[in-house]
Design a protein. Sequence first.
Length: 451
Amino acid sequence: MSRKYFGTDGVRGKVGTSPITPDFAMKLGWAAGTVLASSGTKEILIGKDTRNSGYMFESAMEAGLSAAGVNVAFVGPMPTPAVAYLASTFRADAGVVISASHNPFYDNGIKFFNNFGTKLNDEQELEIEALLEQALNNDAMQCVSSERLGKARRINDAAGRYIEFCKGVFPKDLTLEGLKIVVDSANGAAYHIAPNVYAELGADVISINDKPNGLNINEKCGATHLDSLQKAVIEHSADLGVALDGDADRLMLVDNSGTVIDGDQILYILAKAAKLQGKMDGGVVGTLMSNLGLELALNQLDIPFKRAKVGDRYVVEQLKQTGWKLGGEGSGHILHLDHASTGDGIVASLLVLAALMQQKQSLQEYVAGMKKLPQVLLNVHLTQNNADEILNTSSVKQAVSEAETMLADKGRVLLRKSGTEPLIRVMVESTDSTASQAQAEHIAKAIKALL
């Protein structure tokens, strides 16, 4: 069965538009609480990012979970990976994050973690959706008896605990003293955490985009908009820049020249560091979107590489199947299962910084061993949610076939629908940037002709 509401990163959409409404959130909380309570869940920890609507959905989720007989613990604005970690630390049975990650403030979403800090599996999400449908269509939401209603509490020291966890990832025999770092928190969930982590490890920190007002999260800043970070790194003559997204599960870096270092390059840095230290356990898992340059660079290091479907949940699944520890996406979701159960931007950045300090190299020097192939990604926005239908049309298939023939063995083509937005992503990669651009536009034109 296919999922109706859960995408690759929970339920997400525009606030006030179905399904991102208070009524839906309450019934989702009830459905999730009912399903999880049946397997022993007693308390769920709830965190959120800094967007205004978080207050509304926090209350709605509390009502639904309470009605299902599940207790709630609030931690306030907190990175997604922090909620995954804290759910285990505070012995909660599951975690909920109210966030739309890198999306604008007018979007929001809800995602769940189990007590191991990993996302719910497909079977659990389908079971929740089945119960949710009953509540939405038949007003079937039933409240437990009054003596069994869930209670709520607020945890006040969550941020401090997570800061200490992050610092624990960095080797105790190293320090960040002498390093100047610009930190862009995207006016998001890590605004009060990320700058403190690097500063407490000894770095000279310049913090930008750290004043959230509920509306400026991800607004021309953070991991998806790097211009301000690039300018700040150069202006302050910094050694590097760190950019997180709204919920801090994504990381992008900028070297001292202002050049962007993406998730594929970060994976290369971490894999190379592990290889040099004799700690490379298995290989690396990327995705269908991972740059071919990463695969070639890892081959030079004799490190195996596999591709999973796009979405960090699928990277995690592949890591568990192989027994490997390191994986991620070019967008900056980096997973290292020895340190965190989900993508964690701060943890990934500290692992990179440790590698640089150990080898006494700059970010620019360390990443030089990987050459990215020109890759063009075009997003074609749809007027309705009919991506599957469009991808199966003969005209689109023909355009793809023509592009593959043109590129021959010097490139590849990938089309996929977004798991969170009504759009189709067109990716073309080859040794020739001009050819990549031309063929991507050729395919995009074929898709647009059907809208």
